[in-house]
Design a protein. Structure first.
Length: 279
């Protein structure tokens, strides 16, 4: 039974390796820096003991810890900048510009749209993506990547709000329904970027033409950008809350993609290794 389960896992990993390893001729298992190769060796050691998916999960967990620490550091820098009225000097003018283009009809449309990226809409979209990609690929990898990406985003959003506790724009400048949690970072902006980004990445891996890959990236970028800007338009966040969320989300997304590349790398190494002699 154990040998049969391991055989099915190896077949699944082999299928992923065959289809996900190259993007436009670029080999994702090639690492050009010594530090990166040392990281590959460490993940290889873990994979030999836990298997490729176990190594992927452990690598993502380590990345989540780093992301949480990054949020703490970023929060300190962000607070210093806003206190010095650096990029925060854009907050009020941009909010006023958003108020200037509001209309009752547009407020309804933007509110409906921004709900897609909220605490209910975004998890539903993530679950749909998990179901579709997991079923089509017959693999746990999309499940692990999307679920971990979302969980890491929630961790960063929660810790950031607790660390800073920044106030949102006044209710007099906002479109109801009003938001009462802390402003930094924008959960809608961070969550939409991470989830849309990892889904786009998984889709791009299976697309054969540059045009289609570019289209997938463009759709994800437009979704994340408009979701973040909708928060400023509605007066639910300052612009700097959204900018910070995009920066943190991009950093976490890069970690998740790196973890997947490491997974592909150790999987390729396992396939090249000769089977041990029987007995």
């Amino acid at each position: 039974m154990e040998d049969e389960r391991r055989h099915r896992t190896d077949e699944s990993v082999q299928g992923e390796l065959n289809q996900d390893r190259f993007v436009g001729g670029r080999d994702l298992t090639r690492w050009h820096y010594r530090a990166a190769r040392s990281l590959v060796d460490a993940v290889q050691w873990i994979s030999e003991r836990l298997g490729p998916h176990g190594a992927l999960i452990l690598t993502l967990a380590a990345g989540a810890v780093i992301a949480a620490a990054l949020t703490s550091v970023f929060a300190e820098v962000y607070e210093s900048v806003t206190e010095a009225d650096g990029v925060a000097g854009l907050d009020q003018p941009v909010l006023e510009a958003g108020k200037g283009v509001r209309s009752p009809a547009m407020d309804v449309i933007v509110t409906a749209y921004t709900n897609i990226g909220g605490g209910i809409g975004m998890p539903v979209l993530a679950l749909i993506a998990i179901a579709v990609l997991g079923f089509r690929r017959r693999s746990w990898t999309p499940v692990i990547l999307i679920a971990t990406s979302g969980a890491g985003a929630v961790l960063m959003i929660t810790s950031g709000k607790q660390l800073i506790g920044r106030l949102r724009p006044p209710f007099s400048d906002a479109v109801p329904p009003y938001q009462y949690s802390a402003a930094f970072p924008s959960g809608h902006a961070l969550g939409s970027l991470v989830v849309a980004g990892i889904v786009a990445y998984l889709v791009v891996l299976r697309l054969k033409t540059s045009r289609r890959r570019l289209l997938a990236v463009a759709v994800a970028t437009v979704f994340a950008a408009t979701m973040g800007l909708s928060r400023v338009y509605l007066g639910h966040h300052w612009l700097t809350d959204v900018l910070a969320a995009w920066a943190l989300g991009a950093a976490w997304l890069a970690m998740v993609i790196t973890a997947h590349r490491l997974y592909l790398t150790v999987s390729a190494s396992r396939q090249l290794r000769p089977d041990p002699p029987p007995g």
